[in-house]
Structures are given as structure tokens and as C-alpha cells.
Design a binder for this molecule. Structure first.
Ligand code: ATP
Ligand code: MG
Length: 701
């Protein structure tokens, strides 16, 4: 069979074809939105498997979100068969590092079963430590200190190295970060937990320090492909350099105009570095856009054209004709805006459009509420991707904290969250007493409880200690009972039982009832019920695991590669990675039926929808109030607008309000400066690609 007539190449244009079927080598594809970068990357993997006979297990594909990874695996199994599903590593940087750390925990200085700290837990741990150290948490916000610590880790700077940089002349927040970082690092090690940036840093250090493991990965990952490369940060880039062996090949694809995570440390300069650090890189440019109609692209080109410092100027040229003009909806206020958008969506649906082909994109999560409520009122199904979602609700975090101490009993953060939730009359004094013992003995809280228990059982009667134990034993007995229960039950049955035994069901049921009178708060009990459903779904279809059989693994490492089979642990890892806004994921594992997609513009990167509503395109929202005064962040905000615009395939609506109610007060607002630039640009010209429509009053209900 002639490879050139392979269906993988069908319909590809010349440059796409060239990239997909290129010889084995390093490649860099820089190209604008919708030009088929992701498609080329996926086809390239299929090509590698089919024509270069690279085994799926020898390929690593890095995506920006878990959702993208799942889609990639699905598309690949259609192209080259199902075997790909289980053995190909297609994942985010975080998930890939987690996988490596689970496999080589001991070598990375971790105990298998370690906990992943999501952003919330990280902040609460930092806060707790700051309180212990008598640092004013009003003057220094724990979330700031936590993110400062993460930033250091992303630059590969450990607490000790950070300390060396700090001097008497350093600003106060640097000194505070330094003090907290040192203790934070120690406590994380002691609690056997890793935060998100630690996942990367640990892996990088593991690969740097352990030649055997590094070379094992070099032999394994022969072909490495990275999507959305413009948004990699320095630690991810370092990881990439380490994981790629002398005989591996790396393909990266990206668009400098879509670099929107600079605020989180992403460095578009990595595209330039790649050319220097990797040998003999073939560069491919893709020019044709296969996503949007030309009028949408014209608007996108004009918006991004206002940015001066671009790596490469690209003008998007479409393939599908002119299409309709972009509609600008100038709305009297935010209620009118939400009602109008909802109404248009209903009309589209009436004319035969599927809800899933429609999306509402906004700059900030808080903007979703008006739309959520309007959609609910009109019985239009919708899903929210990312942001403050299900797994960030207090009742869910409580349930998860119980699960966490069951898989990692040293997880003090989790333990402190629930030792007295619901109330077991274990007051702050008792907890303090316990923490004192733990810190004297330099051990975790659960170990401190065991010490207490041994002390009491030994007949030693120190009054204070035995009364302390008596108070705590209520919790400890529960902990032991839970541990026993979970041995012989399915995960979902156990979780249900756990919520009963811990009293969480009852606690939240009563709380719901008490708070029932005020609005939305009476659904916490139902949320716990949802959690059980979620676990059931997970049991029915756990995420694909790889074949951990290492054909060329040396003896010492094979054993460590055996994965931990504890379904609770797998479930926890899964939800921590899948549910956090940090990683831009949808809040759940269920397959969503036909529903409108709501998400932030950040979360929409890489996706496409037939109909897109860019809402809240307003002064002080986009560009964000915080970003309007620096050229650098203004340019990033413009790229964000560009990402939003280029998601639309058939039709684009951009809406803004003249008056917006915030904190209960109505404030005058108006069109975003990006929009005003756009309108000015087209003034007096012919064939303007947009039209403005004024929407007044509450005409919809
Ligand atoms: P982004 O920058 O937004 O991530 P991208 O460059 O990754 O975009 P893709 O998502 O790969 O672009 O492709 C955009 C759309 O164009 C997809 O629907 C894809 O299937 C389609 N497409 C890409 N190449 C072709 C082609 N040669 N013929 C037809 N459709 C194509
Ligand atoms: Mg893409």
C-alpha cells in the first residue's frame, strides 16, 4: 500500500501533509488559530504508529487539558484502532508527572499514596502555618504567599535556594514567603503531600538526579508531541528537555498570538528557545484556517493587529466563504444582556441548532451567574467548564477529606478539616493538644493519636493525656471503623456508608433545612448524593490506564512501576486533576448530553463551536481592570479576546451592557476598548465585517 494514499493524509493541505508525513525529526509548527495544528499533531501520531511502526507506548502526547487528552485518544482510536486508548500517554504535563511520581515515588522521596494538594488545600495549609508562626494573615494574604511559593517552584527554586537570595533589604513579603516556604516544604514532606507545581518540580528533580530512571524514559518515549506549546512555563520546558533523550524526537505546535497564561508564568519565548535547544528543527507554517467564516477571521485579524510585539505576524485566511457579519449586541444592562443571549440561543435551537454547538464565553467566572439563571428559567440545558464547581463546594471537600486520610493517613490538612466536622465536641484546645504532641514527636496527627492510645493502654495515667485521648477517641474509633469497612465493599457503596457513618449526610441535611429559606443553599445534601453518583460512574468506566509492563525496565524499577490498585486512590487522583479550575477542566466525569457550553475564555482555548457568544465584552472586564495599565498585560488581554473570537465557526455574537449591577449596585459601564478600537478601524470603510444592534428594555419576560 502506498503510504501517500493513506486516509490519514486525506484532505490535508500541502503544509499539513508535509508535517504529518515528515521523516522522524524535531519539528516546530507555529500557526494561527484554527489552522489545523491539533489536527496535524493527532494525524502525526497516527502516522508514527502506522508507518514508522512506533508502538503507542513509546509516544507521549502533551495536551493542555484532560478533556483534550481524552478527545485525542478517542480520535486516535478511530484512526488506528483501540489499542491506542490504553497504552498511549496522552495527558497534561501535570498528569504525566503525577503518573511518573506514582511509579517512582520512593526514588522521588515520596511514600506511595501521597496526596495531591489542590490550590484550596495549599492555601489553607499556608494559612495554618502562618497562624502558627504568628504572621498576620490580614497583612500578608495566605493565597498570595501560596502563589508566590508556587512561582518559585515553577522556576525550580527550593526553599533553601530562596533563602539564600533573601537579605535584610528584601521587601517584607519576600521575607515572609521565605519563612513560610521553609516550613511549608518541611510540612508537605512530612504529610506526604505535593502541590501542583511540586508535581512538576519533583519530576524534574527525579529525572535530573536519577540517571537510570531518566534513561529508561529516554528509551520509552521515542516520540514526544506537545500541543499549545506557547503556554508552557519554564519548569514544563525543563521537563521536556529532560524527558527527551538523545534519540527521541519532539514536535511542538503553538500560536504566539494565543499565549494567554503569561500571568501564570507561561513563557512564549520557549518557542524561540526550542529552535536553539533542539537539534535540526524543521519549521512548518500553516496558513489556511479551516474553522471560521471570513468575517469572523477579519474581526480576529483586526483585534490582534493592534498588538505590536508579535513573534510572527499572521493573517488568518479562511476556507469557507464570507459568512454572516459579526453581531455586536449593545444591551441596556446586564439583565437585558443575559435575557437577549438566552433568547437568541432558544431561537437557534428552534431553527435546528444543537445546544452543544453553542457556547457562552466570558472573561471571569462570576459573569456566568446571570446566564445560568436565565438558561435555567428557559429550561435550556447547559454545562459549566472549569471554575468554582462541584468539587470546590464545602460539603464535597469534607467528604473528600475523609477519603484522603483513608488513603494517606498522614494527611494532616485533610484530618484537620474533618476531625470535628460534623461536631464531635473536639474543640480547638483538644486539637491544639494533639498538634503539640505531633510537633514534639515530629510526626503526623494520626501517629500522635496512636502514641496517645499506647500511652493510655499502657496503664500510665497522666490525667491530661488520658482525658485528651478520651476526647479524640471518638474520631479515632470512627477512623478505624471506616478503614475496616472499606476493605470489603465497592467504592461507591463504601462512600455512601462513609457519609452515613461520619454523620455528614445528617449534618448537611439539617443545615440545608435550616438555611432552606435563603435561596440556593439548600442543595448540599443533594450534592453529596451527586458525589456518590459520580463515584458510581467512575466505577463503571475508570479512566484509561497504561500498560505498565516495561519491556526494557531494569529489575530494580519494575517493582516500583506496579501501580497502586486502590480504587479510592485512583478516584481521588482523578478528581483532583479533573475538577480544578487550575487545570481548566470540566467539573465531572459524566458524558454531557446536548447542552450549551459555558466557560471562561481561558478555558475555551483549543476548542471550537458553531455559535459563540462573547459576553461581558466591557470596560473594566476585558481588558480586565487590573490589566489595563501595563502594555504587557494589555497585549495578553487582547490575545485572550483573539482566542475568544477565533472559537466561532459559523456565527459570532459579542455583547456588552451599558449598566451592570455589581454588589447590588448599578454602575455605568460600556463597550470594551477593544471593541471601540475595532469600530474606529472600520469607520467609513465598506464591507465592514460587523454590525451593531442596540437592545433595550426587558422585552423577554
Ligand atoms: P487552535 O489554535 O484554536 O488550537 P488549531 O490550529 O489547533 O486551532 P484545529 O483545531 O486542529 O486547529 O483545526 C481547526 C478545525 O479545522 C478543526 O475542526 C479541524 O478538524 C479542521 N481542519 C483542519 N485541517 C483541515 C483540513 N485540511 N481540511 C478540513 N478541515 C480541517
Ligand atoms: Mg489546537
Amino acid at each position: 500500500e502506498d503510504p501517500q494514499s493513506d486516509s490519514i493524509l486525506e484532505g490535508l493541505n500541502e503544509s499539513q501533509h508535509e508535517a504529518v508525513s515528515a521523516e522522524l525529526r524535531n519539528m516546530l509548527i507555529i500557526a494561527g488559530a484554527g489552522t489545523g495544528k491539533t489536527r496535524v499533531l493527532v494525524s502525526r501520531i497516527a502516522w508514527l504508529i502506522k508507518h514508522y511502526h512506533i508502538a503507542p507506548r513509546n509516544i507521549m502526547a502533551v495536551t493542555f487539558t484532560n478533556k483534550a487528552a481524552t478527545e485525542m485518544r478517542e480520535r486516535l482510536s478511530l484512526m488506528v484502532g483501540n489499542s491506542v486508548q490504553s497504552s498511549l500517554w496522552a495527558n497534561t504535563f501535570h498528569s504525566i508527572c503525577l503518573r511518573l511520581l506514582r511509579a517512582y515515588a520512593q526514588y522521588a522521596g515520596l511514600v506511595p499514596g501521597f496526596t495531591i494538594l489542590d490550590t484550596d488545600s495549599q492555601v489553607s495549609l499556608v494559612k495554618r502555618l502562618m497562624k502558627d508562626m504568628n504572621i498576620d494573615t490580614k497583612e500578608f494574604k495566605p493565597s498570595d504567599i501560596a502563589s508566590n511559593i508556587s512561582k518559585q517552584k515553577e522556576n525550580g527554586i527550593r526553599a533553601l535556594a530562596y533563602s539564600k537570595k533573601v537579605s535584610v533589604k528584601s521587601p517584607d513579603y519576600v521575607k515572609v514567603t521565605d519563612r513560610v516556604y521553609t516550613v511549608y516544604e518541611k510540612v508537605c514532606n512530612q504529610e506526604n503531600s505535593v502541590d501542583f507545581s511540586e508535581l512538576l518540580l519533583r519530576t524534574v528533580e527525579l529525572l535530573e538526579n536519577n540517571r537510570e530512571i531518566r534513561e529508561l524514559q529516554h528509551r520509552r518515549f521515542k516520540e514526544i508531541l506537545v500541543d499549545e506549546f506557547q503556554d508552557t512555563n519554564s519548569i514544563q520546558y525543563r521537563f521536556l528537555r529532560l524527558i527527551a533523550g538523545p534519540n527521541s524526537h519532539v514536535l511542538v505546535v503553538g500560536d504566539d498570538d494565543q499565549s494567554i497564561y503569561g500571568w501564570r508564568g507561561a513563557d512564549v519565548g520557549n518557542m524561540r528557545k526550542f529552535l536553539e535547544d533542539f537539534s535540526d528543527v524543521k519549521q512548518v507554517l500553516l496558513a489556511l484556517n479551516y474553522r471560521s467564516t471570513q468575517k469572523i477571521l477579519d474581526v480576529a485579524n483586526t483585534i490582534i493587529g493592534f498588538n505590536s510585539d508579535r513573534l510572527m505576524e499572521k493573517v488568518l485566511k479562511g476556507n469557507f466563504g464570507e459568512g454572516d457579519k459579526v453581531k455586536i449586541l449593545n444591551c441596556a444592562n446586564n439583565k437585558v444582556e443575559a435575557a437577549t443571549v438566552t433568547d437568541r440561543i432558544a431561537a437557534l435551537h428552534d431553527s435546528g441548532v444543537d445546544y452543544r454547538d453553542i457556547s457562552i464565553l466570558y472573561r471571569n467566572n462570576y459573569l456566568s451567574l446571570d446566564f445560568e439563571q436565565n438558561l435555567l428559567r428557559k429550561h435550556i440545558p447547559f454545562v459549566i467548564y472549569g471554575g468554582q464547581k462541584f468539587f470546590e463546594r464545602a460539603e464535597i471537600l469534607d467528604a473528600i477529606a475523609y477519603m484522603r486520610i483513608l488513603v494517606n493517613e498522614d494527611d494532616d490538612t485533610a484530618l484537620l478539616r474533618i476531625i470535628n466536622t460534623p461536631s464531635r465536641k473536639i474543640g480547638p484546645k483538644v486539637v491544639e493538644g494533639l498538634r503539640t504532641i505531633a510537633s514534639e514527636r515530629n510526626c503526623s496527627l494520626i501517629k500522635a493519636i496512636r502514641l496517645l492510645e499506647a500511652h493510655v493502654n499502657s496503664g500510665n495515667v497522666d490525667k491530661t493525656l488520658s482525658s485528651l485521648y478520651k476526647k479524640i477517641s471518638v474520631f479515632y474509633e470512627l477512623f478505624k471503623a471506616l478503614n475496616e469497612k472499606r476493605q470489603n465493599m465497592s467504592l461507591s457503596a463504601f462512600a455512601d456508608e462513609m457519609l452515613r457513618m461520619t454523620g455528614l449526610y445528617k449534618y448537611y441535611q439539617e443545615k440545608d433545612f435550616k438555611d432552606g429559606k435563603d435561596t440556593e443553599e439548600h442543595s448540599r445534601y443533594a450534592n453529596l448524593g451527586m458525589l456518590i453518583s459520580n463515584i458510581k460512574e467512575f466505577e463503571a468506566a475508570p479512566p484509561a490506564e497504561d500498560d505498565s509492563s516495561e519491556e526494557n525496565t531494569s529489575e530494580s524499577t519494575t517493582e516500583k512501576e506496579k501501580k497502586t490498585e486502590d480504587p479510592l486512590l485512583t478516584y481521588l487522583s482523578n478528581i483532583t486533576l479533573v475538577s480544578t479550575g487550575e487545570l481548566n477542566e470540566e467539573g465531572g466525569t459524566s458524558n454531557v448530553a446536548d447542552a450549551v457550553n459555558l466557560m471562561t475564555m481561558h478555558a475555551s482555548k483549543g476548542l471550537e463551536f458553531k455559535y459563540v457568544f462573547l459576553v461581558g465584552f466591557e470596560k473594566d472586564i476585558l481588558p480586565s481592570r487590573l490589566c489595563a495599565y501595563s502594555d504587557k498585560s494589555l497585549a495578553e488581554e487582547r490575545r485572550l479576546a483573539y482566542v475568544g473570537v477565533t472559537r466561532a465557526k459559523k456565527a459570532l455574537f459579542i455583547s456588552y451592557a451599558q449598566v451592570r449591577s455589581m454588589f447590588g449596585k448599578s454602575e455605568p459601564t460600556g463597550a470594551s476598548s477593544f471593541l471601540r478600537d475595532l469600530v474606529r478601524e472600520y469607520k467609513g470603510k465598506q464591507d465592514v465585517p460587523l454590525m451593531i444592534e442596540a437592545v433595550k428594555g426587558y422585552s423577554f419576560y
